[in-house]
Design a protein. Structure first.
Length: 252
C-alpha cells in the first residue's frame, strides 16, 4: 500500500504534517512536520527522535556517533559531537538518579544538593551514604570510619636506592631525586603541591647485620616548598649514611 499522512488539523490523508504510515508491510509510523520526520516508531516498537532507525526502545539522536549501544540499553542517547544529559532543578533542591530492583527500588542513589553553602554530590548504596564530594572539593567516604569522613590523599611517594647513583624503583608524583652527598637528598615533585604545609613520612632499613636504628629526617637546610623537599638518612647520633632502601610519602 502507498504511504499516507493523516493531518491532525483537518483529518485528511494528505499534506506534509501529521502521522505518516509508511507504505508496505513494515509497520513504521512517522510523525512529520513540513515533510521532515521528527519521530519514528518502527515495527519493533522502538521510538526514535532525531533518527528514523531507532536501535533501542527509546533512541534520541542529535547525530550518529558511529558506535553501537550495549545489548541491554533501554534509553539510547547519542550525537556526533559533545553530548550532555541535563537535569535542572531549583536553587535549593535535591537532584538525583535512583537505581533499584524488585526488592529495593532505591538501592543505589546519586544525589546532588544545589543549596548555597551546602552543595555536595553524594553516593548511596543500600540506604547508606558511602561517598561525598563537597563544594570545597573534598572527597569523603565511609571505609570503616562508621560514617562519611574526608580522605586525605598521599600527594607524592617514592621508593629509591640512595647508594651510588640514586635510582628510583617506583614513585608517584616524583620526577627525580637530587643527590647532594652522603645521606642527603632532595625529592622533586612532578606536580607542585598546593602549599608547603604538608607532612613527610619515611622509613629506611638496617643492612648487613646492623642492629642500630636508621632514621629519615627533614633537612631544612635544603629547599622545602611546593616543588621539592630535602631529607637525610642517618644513623648513630645523626651520622649521615647512604641506604639502599629509602621510602618517603608526602601527605596534605
Amino acid at each position: 500500500m502507498a504511504s499516507s499522512i493523516l493531518n491532525s488539523d483537518d483529518g485528511v490523508v494528505s499534506g506534509t504534517a501529521g502521522l505518516k504510515s509508511v507504505g508496505g508491510d513494515d509497520g513504521v509510523l512517522n510523525i512529520q512536520n513540513n515533510g521532515t520526520t521528527a519521530a519514528t516508531v518502527n515495527a519493533s516498537g522502538n521510538v526514535g527522535i532525531g533518527t528514523t532507525s531507532p536501535a533501542k526502545p527509546l533512541h534520541v539522536s542529535g547525530g550518529s556517533s558511529g558506535g553501537t549501544f550495549p545489548t541491554d540499553t533501554i534509553l539510547a542517547i547519542e550525537d556526533n559531537d559533545n553530548t550532555t544529559l541535563s537535569l535542572l532543578g531549583g536553587t535549593s533542591s535535591i537532584l538525583g538518579i535512583t537505581l533499584g530492583d524488585s526488592a529495593d527500588n532505591d538501592r543505589f542513589k546519586i544525589e546532588c544538593n544545589t543549596t548555597s553553602g551546602s552543595r555536595y554530590m553524594a553516593f548511596t548504596v543500600d540506604a547508606s551514604e558511602r561517598a561525598r564530594i563537597t563544594s570545597a572539593g573534598l572527597f569523603q567516604f565511609n571505609s570503616g570510619y562508621g560514617s562519611v569522613a574526608t580522605a586525605y590523599g598521599c600527594r607524592a611517594w617514592v621508593n629509591f636506592n640512595g647508594t651510588g647513583t640514586v635510582a628510583i624503583r617506583a614513585s608517584g608524583n616524583v620526577s627525580s631525586i637530587t643527590d647532594h652527598g652522603t645521606g642527603d637528598y632532595s625529592i622533586n615533585f612532578s606536580t607542585a603541591l598546593p602549599d608547603s604545609s604538608y607532612s613527610v613520612s619515611g622509613i629506611t632499613c638496617t643492612e648487613g647485620g646492623e642492629s642500630d636504628g636508621r632514621d629519615i629526617d627533614l633537612n631544612m637546610n635544603r629547599s622545602f616548598n611546593t616543588t621539592t623537599c630535602g631529607v637525610l638518612t642517618t644513623y648513630q647520633a645523626a651520622t649521615r649514611n647512604d641506604r639502599t632502601q629509602v621510602h618517603v610519602a608526602i601527605f596534605r
